[in-house]
Structure formats: C-alpha cells, structure tokens
Design a protein around this ligand. Structure first.
Ligand code: PLP
Length: 432
C-alpha cells in the first residue's frame, strides 16, 4: 500500500509500519536495544560503507525511531527524516549540517527564545554567524545574503507575534542563490506544510503538538528532497566536497542510489554519530502514539481556539487579541496562504490592566496549567513579561511583541465551556 500518497489522517496511522514480521504485532514495538547483530562480515562492511541501509547502533538509528522518521517524512511530504532527542537538537543540527566556521545563516527575528539563544550565542561561539532580519519584508533575506550564506531559517507561526512567515517568497529568493529555507513548523503541524511552498527542510520540536501529550521531549529534521544541492557546489561545500569525517565521501554523490537524501543522511552519519543527540526508543514510541491522533487533535485545538478568540474579542478587560484570524492585510494574506487547516491554537491577548492584571489573571486560573510550554492536549497559559521574557528590558520585550499585559494561551482539548469558564475566572480577577 503506497501510504505516502494518502491523506494525512491515514498517513498518521499507517506510514512506516504494517506489522511485526515475526509476531504479527500491530502496534509499533519498542526496540529497546543498543546494538544489532550483523549477519556476517560483508553485511557489517556494507552497513558502515552506506552501501546498504540498516541498523548498527541506536545512537545512529533504531527500528522504533525509524518508523517515527518514516511517518514524519510522509506526513510532511518529504523524502526522509532524522528524529532527535529534542527540538533544540533539531534546529542546531539543521544549521550545523551545512554551516561551518566563517559561514553565516540569515534568520527571521521571530523565533522561539531557545532558538534565539542557540543562534545568537552558541553558534556564534562556534564560528557561525546568524544574521537576524525582519520577515515583514522578504527582501531583507536577500539583502543579508553574501557568498558565505548557507541557509535561511524561520518559524511558520512564531509566538508571541503569531504573524505567519512568508515561506514561498523567501524560499524563492533562496533558490536563486542556492540557499535552502529551513522552517520550524512546531506550532503548525498538519495545518501547514512548508515543503509544499518551497521550503527545503522542516524542523520540529515533536515535544509539542506532534507528541501532543506532554510526555516526551523530541525533535526532528525532515528533508524535502526538493533542493538541488549539487547545482550549487560553491554555495554548499559541506555536501559537495569530500568529507574527511566519512572517509572522503562527497554526500551528493555517495547517496545517489538512495535518492535525494544527501542532507539528512549526512546529518545522521556525521552529526548524530559525533554529537549523539539520539532519542530513546521509548520516547520515539510515545511520539508515534501522539502522531496517530494528531490530525484529529489539531482540528479540535483549532476549533476551540477560534471560540476563545471570539470570546476574548468581546471582553472589556482585553485591549487586543493576537491570532492570525484577527490579522488584516499582508499578515492575513500569508496566514491564508500557508495555514490551510485553520489559524492555529496559540493565542495572545493584552490585558488593559498591564503587568499586575497579567499576574492576577494567571493566578486566578484553575484549570489552565501555568507552564512554559505550548502544544499540549491540556490548555496552558503564561504571562511572558514575568517569565519567559523577564530577562529582557521592557524595550526588548516590546520588540519581541511582549507588552506588560500580554498573556499567551495554548488552547487544549478540554470542552470549550470549561475552557471559557476558566478564562472567565482569570478575566474577572484581572479586572476591567
Ligand atoms: N521550536 C519551537 C517553536 C519551540 O516552541 C520549541 C520549544 O518550546 C523548540 C523549538 C525547542 O524544542 P524542545 O523544547 O523540544 O527542545
């Protein structure tokens, strides 16, 4: 059965696995093993030489994790995926795979704080410069590009601004230069498919909606197989010149019999081998369990969120509701172009009473969890000015879209009446 061509609901249940060949088990087994017996010396040699694909050691690959990878690649419309221990590992690997000392990457300013720190500090200390540009004008990416630019990076639906990134526009600029667009789609799985709009690589924190139940940290890189690395040898030396860390393999050549998977195979064969951010088979299993219902869950997340937006928009305690459904002009055009399955389940809103009202709101909630997370089955709330963004001066908070009275909600799957009742408690405490 060619599952890849079926609908997302079907792919989420069937891609990458049918049944265990020995036992007939239908659920994906947890292969809790570190290593794999080789059939003979020739088999072992072929695996190491990448002449044959198979498992060697769970740091580099595992059968449970492989099902997760196949399912993610199929859901996203890509050719192959690499599952990692966290979303942070995925964004780091995505750039480290092609950017080396002296190279640069152009990134949207609108990023998750952890990604920002990774880019602005850790990668800089490792010799890779990340140039941050305002995505409101896609041409900013072109302006920041030079001969050493190896990738563009952005999030589909970044919070707190919740302004959708111009995926096709920036991907097209990159394709002129041989620069791939890497998109973090963590906040919009199923509802957005960046590869369909020209992105080359998708990264995820599977910790959020894909896993969906708040049990397992995880990440993934999905290779679209749609980027012509070979056409730009000077621009993409990491994939086009002999790699001394893999007996001189030229990745675009070495993988030819396996398909257009040079990027993702290099990440596994070198970065995962050397840096070791492998997911545990148990976490891969839990993430797979989550993915089986992600299409249903996203539908309900989006429906509930839209009802919360309507509710908040009518409240006197609230001065502004931030959600793609509320945007107009170019921001709304982008939301409509890229969010095909609804406007997402993250909502920001500003309380008239500012910082103190924000505190009172959060403290009065009984059902919402007060956590620094998004994308759980449960509803979550946070007041960024006193938590995630408290290290920034007010000016920096404002630049990132956080006003003193800003509250972020991640709307879960509870009954909408119970969600609204809890918000009512918070708004009453916040005061008009
Ligand atoms: N990308 C986005 C958009 C996120 O929200 C997060 C975490 O909050 C990450 C990446 C990092 O993922 P993880 O926490 O799984 O390392």
């Amino acid at each position: 059965m060619a599952v890849e061509s079926k609908h997302a609901e079907t792919i989420a249940l069937h891609a990458g696995w049918r049944a265990d060949e020995t036992t007939g088990a239908v659920a994906v087994p947890i292969f809790q093993t570190t290593s794999y017996q080789f059939r003979d010396t020739e088999h072992a040699a072929n695996l190491f030489a990448l002449k044959e694909l198979g498992h060697i050691y769970t740091r580099i690959g595992n059968p449970t994790t492989a099902v997760l990878e196949a399912r993610l690649a199929a859901l996203e419309g890509g050719v192959a995926a690499l599952a990692l221990a966290s979303g942070q590992a995925a964004s780091a690997f995505a750039l480290q795979n092609i950017a080396r000392v002296g190279d640069n990457v152009v990134s949207s300013t609108d990023l998750y704080g952890g990604t920002w720190n990774l880019f602005a500090n850790t990668l800089r200390d490792q010799g890779v410069e990340v140039r941050f540009v305002d995505p409101a004008d896609p041409e900013n990416f072109r302006r920041a590009t030079d001969d050493r630019t190896r990738a563009y990076y952005a999030e589909t639906l970044p919070n707190p601004k919740l302004t959708v990134f111009p995926i096709a526009e920036v991907a097209a600029i990159g394709r002129d230069y041989g620069v791939p667009l890497i998109v973090d789609n963590t906040a919009a799985p199923i509802i957005a498919r960046p590869l369909d709009h020209g992105a080359a690589i998708v990264v995820y924190s599977t910790t959020k909606y894909l896993g969906g139940h708040g049990t397992s940290i995880g990440g993934a890189i999905i290779d679209g197989g749609n980027f012509d690395w070979e056409k730009f040898p000077a621009r993409q030396p990491a994939l086009n010149t002999p790699d001394p860390s893999y007996h001189g393999a030229v990745w675009v050549e070495a993988v030819k019999p396996l398909g257009p998977v040079a990027y993702v195979l290099k990440a596994r064969a070198t970065l995962l081998r050397d840096l070791g951010s492998a997911p545990s088979p148990f976490n891969a299993f839990l993430t797979l369990q989550g993915i089986e219902t992600v299409t249903l869950r996203m539908e309900r997340h989006v429906q509930n969120a839209q009802k919360v937006v309507d509710f908040l928009s009518k409240r006197s305690e609230v001065t502004k509701v931030i959600h793609p459904s509320q945007q107009r002009g170019e921001a709304r055009r982008r939301a409509d172009a890229y969010l095909k399955g609804g406007y997402g389940a993250l909502i920001g809103f500003e309380l008239k009473g500012g910082l103190e009202a924000g505190r009172r709101f959060i403290d009065a909630l009984e059902m919402f969890y007060h956590v620094a997370n998004i994308g759980d089955a449960r509803s979550l709330a946070i007041h960024p000015a006193t938590t995630t963004h408290s290290q920034l001066a007010e000016e920096g908070q404002l630049a990132s879209g956080v006003t003193p009275g800003y509250v972020r909600l991640s709307i879960g799957l509870e009954h909408i009446d119970d969600i609204l009742a809890d918000l009512e408690k918070g708004l009453t405490a916040a005061g008009a």
